[in-house]
Design a binder for this molecule. Structure first.
Ligand SMILES: [Zn+2]
Length: 499
């Protein structure tokens, strides 16, 4: 096909440049000596500039337009053209000036956010955040939307999703979660503090992370584990996927669930079919679908009783003294404790999505301009009281707790809930197709589930959008029903409450 070889060559070069860029970013978070920060900033900006130039190259666009109308393309090639065209089109619509101004505004906002959070007051963050908001609104208009700027931003992270599609899901989900959290609170559960005063050797926690990564099928010959302040997953290529984790000496749970969460992301990145490596299809469909993979391993598997029947003996072998008096059932209860908290990242499965509903309401009002920035802290506290039933004692535990808005990530938070909902929809489909699933998990045999996900989700990459991919795998698209059923079943048993 005339011109396809050139498109192929240009595409693979873009993919290699991106892989190099990712590696520089990973290195910055895990290895970079402090004096290297400024030089690394320039290196990343330079490479980003090259990437942008290649992506907006008129010749690339011409080729994409030619093949967009081509009838004889295979489904893989048609998807390739669709995905790359979307990327090129978005890059072309965002002026260079806006990219540079956003980079500057967000780095200033991050600095101001750190200061504001340390001081526990919003004021120092207000002006820098106002600038970020202004630029993101401008970007939303440049990208284009059907009248709702928020949709253009949401679409960056979750292609195809709109406020009209996710709004009603949140509207049904929130009262269900409040009802369940309320029923649990009425039982007045005693707080479980199984690890108070105990120590968990950090080297052994590191070994445990590796054991868990291997158990879920993460390939350590095509990936590695490192430490960072905030766990994350990076792919330079599907054959080089790096996850990070962090550990606390007085509590093994962040390390355990960090490994399962990032490992779940890592499996997705390692799982693209070799036939699509180096193409625009070797990418997750959306942030929401990505999060569904981490949540599935972290929560559906990692907080289940069968999983701990298999792995609690290993835990006891590693920490015999610190786990004295704890059996598998009590440990399982401890990792599923429901307790409302001000802080999203500490939230349990039941209340987590209430934190997201709160953020969705606020950021939507910020982007539309309905909510003036000066009123943000009081609006946050009011929404927190209404949705979570808690009023934060100060802004650090309230509106300043997340870094996302300083980064400019508005429209991102809903993907966490989308991921949670998809994780249950997919786990249910896997249960139907793998009748021995939980018996296998109980024996520590996790590969049938991993292989199912690989086949149904990972290998396909971006051949279709997220919702179509899930529909093909599970026979249903995004909704809150399965998630709500799952929570009532699980927490009904744990807390003795009924729907
Ligand atoms: Zn995640």
């Amino acid at each position: 096909m005339d011109g396809w070889n050139e498109l192929d060559r240009r595409t693979r070069e873009l993919s290699d440049l991106r892989g190099a860029f990712e590696l520089l970013s990973w290195d910055q978070e895990t290895q970079l000596p402090p004096k290297g920060v400024a030089a690394r900033g320039r290196q990343r900006a330079a490479l980003e500039g090259v990437l942008h130039e290649r992506l907006v190259d008129p010749r690339l666009f011409e080729l994409l337009l030619r093949f967009q109308g081509e009838r004889g393309l295979s489904p893989e090639r048609a998807a390739w053209v669709r995905v790359l065209h979307r990327q090129a089109e978005r890059a072309r619509r965002t002026p260079d000036r806006l990219v540079r101004e956003l980079a500057l505004a967000t780095s200033e906002a991050v600095e101001a956010w750190r200061l504001a959070r340390a001081e526990g007051r919003f004021a120092p963050f207000e002006a820098p955040l106002a600038r970020v908001l202004e630029l993101r609104r401008e970007q939303a208009d440049a990208l284009g939307h059907g009248g709702t700027r928020y949709d253009a931003l949401l679409d960056v992270y979750e292609p195809g999703a709109t406020l009209a599609s996710i709004g009603p899901i949140f509207a049904r989900l929130v009262p269900e979660l409040q009802r369940l959290a309320g029923a649990i609170a009425e039982t007045r559960p005693e707080p479980l503090r199984p690890f108070v005063g105990r120590r968990f050797d950090l080297a052994r926690q590191w070994d445990l992370s590796l054991t868990l990564l291997r158990a879920i099928g993460f390939d350590l010959q095509a990936g590695r584990l490192d430490r960072s302040t905030h766990p994350f997953t990076m792919r330079s290529h599907a054959t080089d996927v790096r996850v990070t984790n962090r550990f606390r000496e007085d509590d093994p749970l962040p390390g355990i669930f960090g490994a399962l969460h990032e490992g779940g992301h890592g499996l997705y990145e390692q799982g693209f079919a070799p036939s699509i490596h180096g193409t625009p299809l070797a990418e997750a469909c959306s942030f929401g679908l990505h999060e569904s993979q981490s949540r599935l391993w972290e929560n559906l598997v990692g907080r289940s009783l069968p999983f701990w029947r298999a792995f609690f003996p290993e835990l006891r072998r590693l920490f015999p003294e610190s786990l004295q008096g704890l059996d598998v059932e009590r440990f399982w209860r401890a990792v599923n404790e429901v307790r409302p908290t001000h802080v999203r990242v500490e939230a349990d499965e039941v209340t987590y999505n209430l934190h997201i509903a709160l953020r969705l309401r606020i950021e939507q009002a910020l982007i539309s301009g309905e909510l003036p920035l000066a009123e943000l802290p009081s609006a946050w506290n009011e929404a927190s009281r209404e949705i979570l039933g808690l009023v934060p004692p100060d802004d650090s535990l309230g509106v300043l707790q997340d870094i996302h808005w300083a980064w400019g990530d508005l429209g991102y938070f809903p993907t966490y809930t989308i991921g949670n909902l998809y994780s249950v929809i997919l786990a249910r489909a896997a249960e139907r197709e793998l009748p021995n699933l939980w018996r296998d998990v109980e024996r520590g045999e996790l590969s049938p589930l991993r292989d199912w996900l690989r086949r149904k989700i990972h290998a396909r990459g971006r051949l279709e959008e997220a919702e179509a991919t899930v529909r093909a795998a599970a026979g249903e698209g995004l909704s809150e029903g399965p998630f709500v059923d799952y929570l009532w079943r699980k927490y009904g048993e744990l807390y003795g409450v009924r729907r």
